[in-house]
Write a protein that binds this ligand. Sequence first.
Ligand SMILES: NC(=O)c1ccc[n+]([C@@H]2O[C@H](COP(=O)([O-])OP(=O)(O)OC[C@H]3O[C@@H](n4cnc5c(N)ncnc54)[C@H](O)[C@@H]3O)[C@@H](O)[C@H]2O)c1
Length: 294
Amino acid sequence: MLTISPGERHKDLATVGSVLSGLASVGAERGDVVVAFGGGVVGDLAGFCAAIYQRGMRYVQVPTTLVAQVDSAYGGKTGVDIPEGKNYAGAYHQPAAVICDPAVLATLPDAERSAGYAEVVKTALIAGGELWERVRAGEGETTPPPGEIPLPDDETILACLRAKLAVVAEDERDGGRRQVLNLGHTVAHAIESATGYARYRHGEAVAVGLLAALRLSGQDDLREEVAELLRAHGLPTAFDGASIDDVVDLTQRDKKRVGGRVPFVLVEAPGEVTHGHHVTRDDLRAAVAELRAV
Ligand SMILES: NC(=O)c1ccc[n+]([C@@H]2O[C@H](COP(=O)([O-])OP(=O)(O)OC[C@H]3O[C@@H](n4cnc5c(N)ncnc54)[C@H](O)[C@@H]3O)[C@@H](O)[C@H]2O)c1
């Protein structure tokens, strides 16, 4: 078994090097299978190592965080960060299987439950319909002791992963529709990068990024409702530790930019989420500025 130190800052090329050497030192062959047991960091990193070790071997995802169970374990995007940008080195490599057992979430600390909830809200906004109604009503959530963060039930987790897989099935390589899965992520990645991948969990940055996307979408009422849901689940609705301009600049350097322009994912209504929108720097700056904690 190869273990890695926890944290996004270890989802990097140095850790890839040590995992590849670890695989080689135990004599791993192309026909062997890597099992990625952990959260999104382990899944992205192990999947990437499996994609490149001896030009590719199979891997199985065993997601143990809410983020990984509702989102990152499916769809075959693998990769690591470099100082210049998040997920800048990666490969599409579909897992041979995903083994998802929500029972393992029982030990997940509150902050990680919250981080996963941000991806649940994102997925529900994209899917709309029953999933959105379920999430906005808090239906099926566990009732933890006061002050602790609830977990979604199996049904919500299953609905989220099905919603993601339906999008991926339409567009595996991100040529179009799959980009909607990036709702809130363009600003989120910039916040993570501007704060050195150390201040915010991915899901926490997504919470803030969703609010930017909803403002840019002109969905003020929905933005308020989402902000309430996020707050009630212990998520930040503002960022600090980076300047407004750093976040705006990094957003405009997002790896999804085409011809120098970053396409944005915007929301018309829950279930009506579209990609490829142009947003002016002024509008982006205003949406980011109101999220800077004072
Ligand atoms: N590939 C994709 O499509 C995709 C989608 C979304 C997010 N991601 C990536 O996922 C990463 C974030 O994943 P994450 O939120 O799972 O964070 P993570 O992998 O860093 O895990 C969070 C923490 O929870 C701990 N942990 C894991 N399982 C646990 C359990 N059952 N009980 C107690 N503690 C446990 C881990 O040790 C870690 O400290 C980011 O790098 C993000 O870019 C990828």
